[in-house]
Each structure stands twice: as structure tokens, then as C-alpha cells.
Design a protein around this ligand. Sequence first.
Ligand SMILES: Cc1cc2nc3c(=O)[nH]c(=O)nc-3n(C[C@H](O)[C@H](O)[C@H](O)COP(=O)(O)OP(=O)(O)OC[C@H]3O[C@@H](n4cnc5c(N)ncnc54)[C@H](O)[C@@H]3O)c2cc1C
Length: 402
Amino acid sequence: MSLTPEQRYDLLIIGAGISGLSMAHYATGAGLNARVLEQEQRAGGCLDSHRFTDELDGFWLELGAHSAFNSYGHLLALLEAAQALDRLQPRAKVGFRLVVNGAVRSIPSQLSFSELLLAPFRLLRLKKTGCSVAAYFGRIVGRRNYATVFEPAFNAVICQPAGEFPADGLFRSRPRRKDIPRGFTLAGGLQTIAEVLADGLPVQFGQTVRDLRRVGDGFMVEADSGQYHTRSLCLATPVADAARLLQKDFPQLAATLAQIQTATVESVGVAVPKAQLRLPPVAGLIGRDQAFYSVVSRDTVPDPAWRGFTFHFRPGVLDESGKLDCIAQTLGLPRSALIHVATKINQLPALRVGHGEWAQKLDQMLAGTRLALTGNYFTGVAIEDCVSRSRIEWTRLQREGG
Ligand SMILES: Cc1cc2nc3c(=O)[nH]c(=O)nc-3n(C[C@H](O)[C@H](O)[C@H](O)COP(=O)(O)OP(=O)(O)OC[C@H]3O[C@@H](n4cnc5c(N)ncnc54)[C@H](O)[C@@H]3O)c2cc1C
């Protein structure tokens, strides 16, 4: 089959989440003929701000990522290059609360302060690397505090059971930009970041990549609209999709990727008239022994008429009706008040201790292949981890004559 010049690229990127978009920015910025193929009709992947219509008049809530920080230096550099820094909005400072036995409680009310007294000294003696979240933080804050507050809080942060996650993959200390609000979003939510970055990039939507093959001078990629040839290829998909696509021609890489398990999150967002709620403004709720890991609130960007909450449910616990009952009970509302509802299945990698060595091994396998892998399954799952990984892979591709 002969390909038209429009089907031949220097770099083809699969996936228009933040990982693929950042890779595309680096490549097009250097003058490469690049293209992004995205299966959905929108950019963003986990940056998914649901925008309601009709009487809600554009009120939005986050079905995926909700917080970006002034420590996200590589992301901010991309937004700066897109002249979008003046669109950042500070998030209102509201706190988190715990949900215990169905009731909303303050965090201090659940802490044992005597157990916390020695925490600073324990912190000095412990190393994060090689430790799980449970082993590291459990030793620092004490077993009781860990079980009653910290474990549920960490589960809420990464929307999965956090105990076996590597301690050094959870929070990463990065330099902060003082000219940027500490926590920020944009009008329309974090999905606007993806829209800003995708604007002007060669992204083709509604294109599921079904197969890829290595050919003499690059790769052949089969998508819905036909075949593409590319000198270099970047997979910016969730890890399970990357493993599946690489199975035929890169079986060793695929097997290594398949070692990473995927955590599923069943997310349900609801918008409710402000006047109907008695719950004070919150950034979010942390579920302890609940069917949900967390509830992310829109109170960080207050709206005059509406409030929004996204419940991130543990998978397979409640059916759709059970989830709505749970939401109504937690918010203190009749079930009939839940009219404006949006749902999404989210997926995140379940990283484990030893992940650093795993990533090193993977990078050794990638060396010299003109195949790049980026995503949230390298240093961590945060948006900035994704952009940083894309930058590393872009630098490698360039070095290797990408
Ligand atoms: C509920 C939740 C809350 C989070 N909160 C935060 C937060 O507050 N702050 C933070 O920093 N991070 C947060 N994260 C993490 C962060 O949002 C993600 O790790 C990051 O956005 C992942 O980006 P990505 O581009 O690697 O993958 P994705 O966003 O998953 O994008 C991958 C893209 O690839 C596409 N794709 C897949 N297969 C194919 C195919 N075969 N062909 C074509 N396209 C394909 C998908 O449609 C998707 O658009 C959160 C994540 C979740 C799920």
C-alpha cells in the first residue's frame, strides 16, 4: 500500500492526554513533522472537566485531575510558551474533612496528637526510597494515626489503596514559582490546559490506534482512518494500552509494561443548587471505610448558584443506584435532588516498591529504538510527572537522531 505524504511523519504520538500533548509541543517546537492520534473527540484524557449545559450555564466540575500547583515547573513553562499564564486562577483556600461512619468530621478530631509528638524525630531517621507508603508514613505518624487519618487521606490522593504504593512516588518536592498561585486552575477547569496546549497542534481526534509494527526505517501504525508511517513513535497512553499495542513487535517491552497493575476508579460528579446544601465549603472529603476514596469539591472555585462534588468510588462496590444513594446520604440531600450527574471510569497505575529499578530496566530496553514511552507510570502519577517524562523522552529521541 502506498502512503501519501500526509501519512508520513517524523514523530507520531498516540494519545492526547497531558503526556502526549507535552511531547507534541517539544517535537513541533523543534520543527518536527509530528501528529497526535487520539481516540476520543477531545484532548485531555484524565484532565476531564465536565461542563454542564442548560440551566447550569457552563458550571463545570472535575471528573479527573483537579489540582495543579506552582511546583509544576515544566507544565508552567509550556503554558507560558502558549501565552496562557494570565489565564491561571488561584484556588480558594478551603480544607478537607473526613467521612467516618457516614458522618463528616474534622481531621484534627480524628488524630492522636500524643502519637504525633515524636513524628519530626522519626522523620529524620527514615529514608523514603525502598519503603511502601504504609511502612514509611505508618512509622512516622504512628500506627493509629496512620489507620484513622493518613491511610484514608493517601488513598484519597491517589484514588486507590495506597499502602503498597512506593513512598517516594507519592509526594515529590519541587521548586515553586513564586509568581504563580500555589494551587491553580483555569476557567472551565483543568481540561482547559489540554485545550490550550492542543490549540495549534496537529491532533487528529476519533482515531483509535489498533496496531503497530516495526518496519525497516521506522514504524507503521494502523488507526481508524488508515495507516501511517513514522520515523519515531511515542506511546502516550495508559500503561495497559501501551502493553497491548507493543505485544506483537516488542514482546519483552510489553511483558515488562504488563507488570504494572491498573487501579480503576468509578467517578460520579453531581451539581447541586447551593441553597440545598448545609455542608460548609470544603476542598474535598476523605472516605474512611467508605465506598468512595474521596470526594473532590468545586468549592475551590466558588460559583454563586451551584456546588459540585465528584465522588471517586472504589470499583465494584456499588451499582449506579447505590452510588447515588451514597452521594445523597453523604451530602445530606434527598436522592431526588441528584438531577445533574456525570460519570466516568478513571484508570491509574498501581505503582509498587522497586518501581525505580523497573523504570531503569524499561529505559535500557528503549535505548536506541526510536520508540518513546511517556505517561503517568514512571516517576509518579501527577500531571508534572507526565510532562517531565515527556521531556526526558523527547531529549532521548533527539540525542538518538529522532
Ligand atoms: C481521578 C483522578 C484525579 C487526579 N488528580 C490529580 C491532581 O489533582 N493533580 C495531578 O497532578 N494529577 C492528578 N491525577 C493524575 C493525572 O491527571 C494523570 O496521571 C495524567 O493526567 C495522565 O496523563 P496521560 O497523558 O499520561 O494519560 P491520560 O490522561 O490517560 O491520556 C491518555 C490518552 O491516550 C488516549 N488513548 C489511549 N489508547 C489509545 C489508542 N489506542 N489510540 C488513540 N488514543 C488512545 C486516551 O483516550 C487518552 O486521551 C489524577 C488522576 C485521576 C484519574
